[in-house]
Design a binder for this molecule. Structure first.
Ligand SMILES: O=P(O)(O)OC[C@H]1O[C@H](O)[C@H](O)[C@@H](O)[C@@H]1O
Length: 320
């Protein structure tokens, strides 16, 4: 990891309340003076808490392993360089499901804060704190390095503002040959009750239904209700158009999700039987309190030439 690229503090007004950072037990937390906070485990650079409007916005299973023995079941695990079970006869074939990023130890590169000059001292909405995390091929376990022997650098940035959480990933090819990758931000949203939410913004989009032998369909619902096991990869979405989790009662948005360079969106809920079957998912009925809406580039492969960089990300707005 090139440490000379550490982020610098920018535009910090000395007299204004500033974000605070706490580093404890392999987790990094940042809080804004207005009360919002975010926590990231270095294991997987997994965001495990995002509090806004006085409420936890992310779902984490009560049985999640937080000791680095297994990818964390909840929050925002980062999927890289392959989504799902790797295909056969591919460079990613020896890797586990969803790759190695979510089960590797990342390093904390530092934080930066910013506040727009026009609003400084008046409107705190623009105060932002950005935490950067790095993972490179030299940091992987020997097993993962053997399984994916390519030279890469990842910088994952988590930015908290009063109303949003942004996660973005930069992938650098530091080797001498091209490589292919997939990436996905596997966000587990915390919801009151699955029967009371709808997913909007998928209407007329083509999706692959992984619960029905990966068959292709076209979404006909403008407000998708989740009433059974759901595992769908929606393709070719305009990243600038939000996908919205809304309330079925009053149609108000609960979360909205815009993306950069991530044109696929996965919608996943394990429902009753699958939830029971996952040893790290609990309690069993918690499938009612979560919905994964995952921004990714997973239906094809991104090709990155030697020396080149790629960047993609998501911005989540909560309880608008
Ligand atoms: O159990 P995991 O490896 O964490 O995967 C959890 C889920 O991730 C994605 O949403 C996939 O589309 C699902 O097929 C998978 O079951």
């Amino acid at each position: 990891m090139d440490r000379s690229k550490k982020p610098a503090a920018i535009g910090v007004g000395a007299s204004l309340p500033q974000p605070t950072i706490a580093i404890k037990d392999n987790t990094i937390s940042a809080s804004l003076p207005s009360g919002e906070s975010v926590t990231i485990h270095l294991y997987g650079a997994t965001v495990t808490s995002w509090k806004a409007n006085g409420q936890e916005q992310l779902f984490v299973s009560k049985k999640a392993h937080l000791d680095g023995s297994k990818p964390i079941r909840g929050g925002i695990p980062l999927v890289f360089p392959v989504f799902g079970p790797p295909p056969q006869n591919h460079v990613t074939s020896p890797l586990p499901q969803h790759g190695f990023a979510r089960n590797s130890n990342w390093e904390f590169l530092g934080k930066s804060s910013s506040e727009s000059a026009e609003t400084a001292g008046q409107e705190k909405a623009d105060l932002a704190v950005k935490l950067d995390f790095g993972l490179s091929h030299t940091m992987l376990t020997e097993e993962f390095r053997k399984a994916w022997p390519l030279e890469f650098g990842l910088v994952y940035s988590v930015t908290l503002t009063k109303d949003t959480l942004e996660t973005s990933l930069q992938v650098r090819n530091e080797g001498t040959q091209n490589f292919e990758f997939q990436v996905l931000m596997h966000t587990y949203f915390n919801i009151d009750n699955i029967s009371n939410v709808r997913v909007k913004g998928l209407d007329s989009k083509t999706y692959v239904d992984k619960t029905r032998n990966a068959t292709s369909h076209t979404e006909s619902s403008a407000a998708l209700a989740i009433t059974e096991e759901t595992d769908r990869v929606y393709k070719e979405l305009d990243p600038a158009v939000p996908v919205i989790i809304s309330s079925a009662d009053d149609d108000k948005p609960i979360f909205s999700l815009t993306r950069k360079a991530l044109t696929d969106v996965v919608v996943w809920n394990p429902w009753i039987e699958k939830a029971k079957g996952m040893a790290d998912f609990g309690p069993d009925e918690a499938y009612q309190n979560m919905l994964c809406v995952e921004a990714g580039a997973v239906s094809g492969w991104q090709t990155l030439e030697a020396g080149e960089a790629w960047e993609g990300g998501q911005t989540i707005k909560s309880r608008l």
